[in-house]
Design a protein. Structure first.
Length: 154
C-alpha cells in the first residue's frame, strides 16, 4: 500500500515538473518571437503597437486598485483603533485615518482620469527633432547602429 502511494506521488511530481518545463520553454520561445517582431517593426520605422491601450490599462488599474487598497487599510486601521481600550485621541486617530484615505483616493482618481483623457500633442507642440525625423525619407537608423557600445575616453 505504501509503495503504490509513493509511486503515485513520484509520478505526479514528475509529470508536474515536466509540464512546468514545457510551459517555461514555450513562454521563452513566445517572448523571443514577440521581441524579434517588435525589433523588426522598430527597424522598419513603425510605431510601437498598442502603447496607448497598455498605458490606458495600467492607468485604469492604478486608479481602481489604489483607492480600494486605501479603503481596506483604513477599515483595518479603524478596527485596530476601535478594539483597543478607550483612548483620549481615539476619534482623532480615526479622523486622520479616514482623511488620509479620502485624500489619497481623490488624488489617485483625479490623476488617473487626467492621464486617461489627456490630449495628444499637435504638430506644433512636438519637439523639433521628432519633426525632423518624420521628414527624413530614409527612415530611422538601424537599431544595431543606434545601440553601439559607447566609445571609451582614455
Amino acid at each position: 500500500m505504501e509503495f503504490t502511494s509513493l509511486l503515485a506521488s513520484l509520478a505526479g511530481t514528475a509529470s508536474a515538473t515536466y509540464l512546468g518545463y514545457l510551459y517555461f520553454r514555450f513562454s521563452v520561445h513566445d517572448r523571443d518571437c514577440k521581441q524579434r517582431a517588435l525589433l523588426t517593426a522598430l527597424e522598419a520605422g513603425q510605431p510601437l503597437p498598442d502603447t496607448e491601450i497598455a498605458r490606458a490599462t495600467a492607468v485604469g488599474f492604478i486608479g481602481t486598485l489604489v483607492p480600494v487598497a486605501a479603503f481596506i487599510a483604513a477599515v483595518i486601521g479603524s478596527w485596530l483603533v476601535m478594539n483597543r481600550p478607550f483612548m483620549a485621541l481615539q476619534y482623532v486617530v480615526l479622523i486622520v485615518i479616514w482623511g488620509v484615505t479620502g485624500l489619497v483616493s481623490l488624488v489617485t482618481v483625479k490623476s488617473s482620469l487626467s492621464m486617461l483623457f489627456r490630449k495628444q500633442p499637435t504638430l506644433e507642440q512636438r519637439p523639433k527633432r521628432v519633426l525632423e525625423a518624420a521628414d527624413r525619407q530614409d527612415g530611422p537608423p538601424n537599431l544595431e547602429t543606434r545601440f553601439r557600445e559607447p566609445e571609451r575616453i582614455s
